[in-house]
Write a protein that binds this ligand. Structure first.
Ligand SMILES: [Zn+2]
Ligand SMILES: [Zn+2]
Length: 405
């Protein structure tokens, strides 16, 4: 059987998150906030899912660059693995630093910094856009001459490391603080205190920050999140708000040179008033409403089922036909949008539910193409459409309780 054992990363992460949660409870600390953790996991789930479709493509890019432009013919050896680790970490430093200093790249990286909490779930908060930008940076490696097999193995190991530094449960680590990027260093990176801004970009070794003058020790307790918090649980808004803010500013800026500066300059050039303007245009509400256990349960169940689906899907990836893969991806995407929207008590979640069952129906029909199943689904659909108004009311009452207007 040809299983994808990388899927085991999902339960592995969950065990660590569970342990961290238990430790924080025991210490009487509140390191987890419901909305925050759910959105962190949602973003992570979707990124893992899209990886299925992109990893092969990235490998192909590295292989192409290596055979076409590779400068040296590097063969795996202990020293060369070490050299690759150092090169990877150095490129990461610049990839991450430019992710903060160039608006276009910040569009993708901002998502990682929206969380106002700091725990293992934050490490999952990475979008697929970042994978594309990162591949652009990693492209230097095959051009140097590192073979694609070596690169993808290294990226896997190197990519696992940052998971461990997203926690408040580990204090300072003595001598390691001088060599590695530790949880303490990365807490500083996620902080919005003025003295902590734009510091500690390193992934594994802290040396680059010291070398390029971006190092800052953790002194007072960090305040986590963006300097201007997003305060939105919307899955889509979290992904796209900064891109839209940038486009908004570009359209209102005169002259090509200035427009260029908005896209490729520091995020400071993006109009600070753009957010409010766009939020009112897209009816984004800036308040966290979830305080009801009913909602908690419904959202938690959805996330739990999605995680299980993701794990199974990744594990048996090689046996799932392409059409079903797309179907499952769509189903999970709709579920994640649904979780975000429910936490904001949106009325249109009802229609998302329709779309979700529609996709599920299509997946079932693709797997068992029988006229009986088709007729059953059609009857169900027609009944649901006919009783739509009543169903909607029932559904909203079920999910939101009596609170809804
Ligand atoms: Zn960052
Ligand atoms: Zn981080």
């Amino acid at each position: 059987m040809h299983l994808n054992y990388l899927a085991l990363a999902v339960p592995f992460f969950l065990v660590f998150i569970g342990l961290e949660y238990l430790i924080s409870q025991k210490q009487g600390k509140r390191y987890f906030k419901f909305n925050d953790s759910v959105t962190n996991l949602s973003i992570g789930i979707f990124e893992r899912l899209l990886d299925v479709f992109t990893v092969g493509m990235f490998y192909y890019v590295y292989a192409y660059l290596h055979t076409r432009f590779g400068i040296f013919d590097i063969r795996p050896g202990v020293l060369l693995w070490v050299a690759l680790l150092i090169c990877t970490d150095f490129i990461w430093y610049w990839y991450h630093r430019l992710g903060h200093e160039v608006s276009l790249f910040w569009c993708a990286h901002v998502v990682h910094h929206q969380s106002e909490e700091f725990n293992y779930t934050v490490s999952a908060r990475i979008t697929v856009f970042q994978a594309f930008i990162r591949t652009g940076f990693w492209a230097i490696l095959p051009i140097i001459g590192f073979p694609p097999g070596m690169i993808t193995t290294m990226l896997l190991v190197h990519g696992l490391y940052p998971f461990f530094i997203h926690t408040r449960t580990i204090g300072k680590l003595g001598i390691l603080e001088y060599i590695l990027v530790t949880p303490s260093h990365h807490r500083v990176h996620h902080a919005s205190n003025p003295k902590y801004l734009d510091k500690n970009y390193g992934d594994m070794f802290i040396i680059w920050d010291k070398l390029f003058g971006t190092f800052q020790k953790e002194e007072e307790e960090p305040v986590y999140g963006l300097t201007k918090p997003l305060q939105s649980n919307s899955f889509l808004w979290q992904h796209f708000h900064f891109i839209l803010e940038m486009i908004y500013t570009v359209r209102r800026t005169d002259g090509w040179k200035n427009k260029f500066k908005v896209v490729f300059g520091k995020p400071d050039y993006v109009d600070p008033g753009a957010r409010e303007e766009l939020e009112s245009r897209f009816l984004i509400q800036n308040h966290e409403k979830t305080e009801m256990s009913k909602l908690y349960n419904y959202v938690l169940w959805q996330i739990a089922v999605t995680l299980m689906l993701l794990f199974t899907f990744l594990l048996f990836e090689n046996y799932v036909p392409a059409a079903i893969q797309v179907g499952i991806a769509l189903l999970i995407l709709l579920t994640l949008i649904n979780c975000g929207a429910i936490m904001e008590q949106k009325q249109w979640v009802f229609y998302l539910e329709f779309a979700r069952y529609g996709v599920l129906g299509l997946i079932l029909l693709y797997t068992w193409p029988s006229p009986l199943l088709f007729s059953c689904e059609l009857i169900l659909l027609l009944t649901a459409v006919y009783f739509q108004a009543g169903l909607k009311q029932q559904y909203l009452k079920l999910v939101y309780g009596e609170l809804e207007p």
